[in-house]
Design a binder for this molecule. Sequence first.
Ligand SMILES: [Zn+2]
Length: 216
Amino acid sequence: MAENIIEDIVVPRCSGKTMKVNKGQVFRVIAHEGKQVVDLTFLNANNYKEHFAAEHSAVLNSMQGTGGYYRLNELYSKPPYENVMATVISDSVGDGERGGERGGHFMMCHCSKRLLENLGKPGTRTCSDNFADAFSEIGLNQEDTYDETIFNVWMQSWIGEDGGMASAPPLAEKGDTIDFMAEMDLIAVISVCPDETSPCNDFKAKALRFQVLEEG
Ligand SMILES: [Zn+2]
């Protein structure tokens, strides 16, 4: 199927951005420079209070046999809405053998000021800073509408046997993609994670590429 590229941007390392994705369009994330995670969330473009909820989606997908904390097919908004906002229609890491049991992603929180303080790096730029910049593009303060649980695309983290969080470098390689079909008009809110203190970005923050596509 031919695809028309509506928008095609490279978001620099350590920065945030929003992109409009209309219902029926595909939002594609591309591992532009290799092992780099994107912390991703979505808003209903017509009601900014309706926000993607990652952990809620993980539980719903578990019940439906379509995923869990490491992979999602259906991305739900937080209660009281609980609508399917987007559907994963292609996932070159999670759909293949590389994803394994964990699927190559992680539905959890993002890095923040307090988290970096605990990692011994106070004052380091975080995904929380990136999200604040991205939200400002659409006239929102971060505290206006927010669910901090997000889709950590390519984040290779899991809950270890001690109950704590464990991480390894992403399974994604340069050129890997994940595609989200918009089931409503969406604002994709992007944080290209700045973390260089953990394996999450293989200890080096990189740029990522994003496209909005339409079937031709
Ligand atoms: Zn981060």
